[in-house]
Design a protein around this ligand. Sequence first.
Ligand code: F3S
Length: 299
Amino acid sequence: MTIQVAKTAGFCFGVRNALELVEKRAAEKNGKTLYTIGPLIHNPDVVARLEGQGVKTVADVSELGAGDEAAIRAHGVGEAVYRRLEEQQVDILDATCPYVKKIHNIVREESLAGCPVIILGNPEHPEVKGIQGWCQNDCFIIQSEEDFGKLPQRKEQEICLVAQTTFNIFKFQKIVEKLREIGYNLRVFPTICKSTHEHQQEAIDLAEQVDVMIVIGGKHSSNTRKLYELCLQRCPKALYIENAQELSPEEIRSMKMEKVGITAGASTPNFIMQEVIRKMSEINTFEELLNESFKEVHS
Ligand code: F3S
């Protein structure tokens, strides 16, 4: 069995940056709690490790009080959350990814100049809610052509269009084309993150060459789920696992695979990937030994 790992697998720049910022600040606080609003990244192993360093997750700003310090995640938050934290005299450690911050600035400026805003993305995702929170004018969130009914009927007015950083680039191009075709006057800002695109493209290329793709990442991580779905479309088999413990040697052996590809979501740390690679190599070695002894017995 050969194992190939995608070069772009794992942490993206924004997630690595947020994690480093939070770990550094937690160490400086010397045991005093640092809060994050929502889990810093969608990976239970990392969240557990952070807890050991004094980083606690709160679900909502209302749980914080004067003198607390709270980190804002790479996904970013809306303007109202900053105001609320300031009112509650909470210190802010801003770990918003600079690429997400750029979208906040675009929608703020464009909407202040009178442009309504269309966001291509998942309305339930915190990044999209955060972007919406910087709009000062009408804001429409759509994911596909089926949502076009939500858009304003007046098409001649200029509309600013941005996308969630992890939005599928091909879908983005198709939707923009379609909107222009039906007459919308768009100012398009291609805000899809390059690292997401490269990550997805490499996973697709690898999935086309192997028998099984293993996709590692938290079950609540939307970018890992997207990677998994893309791999599943290109490869006869794909496994979605959170860590090495979820790999069953029996299941792996029963698949009789020759080529295995491994990739991981943008919130998957290196140590989890290494554990998966190690476990796959051990299963592989065991398999080879088994085959060798089988040959010896029958020769
Ligand atoms: Fe930032 Fe791109 Fe990661 S927007 S959080 S570097 S996926």
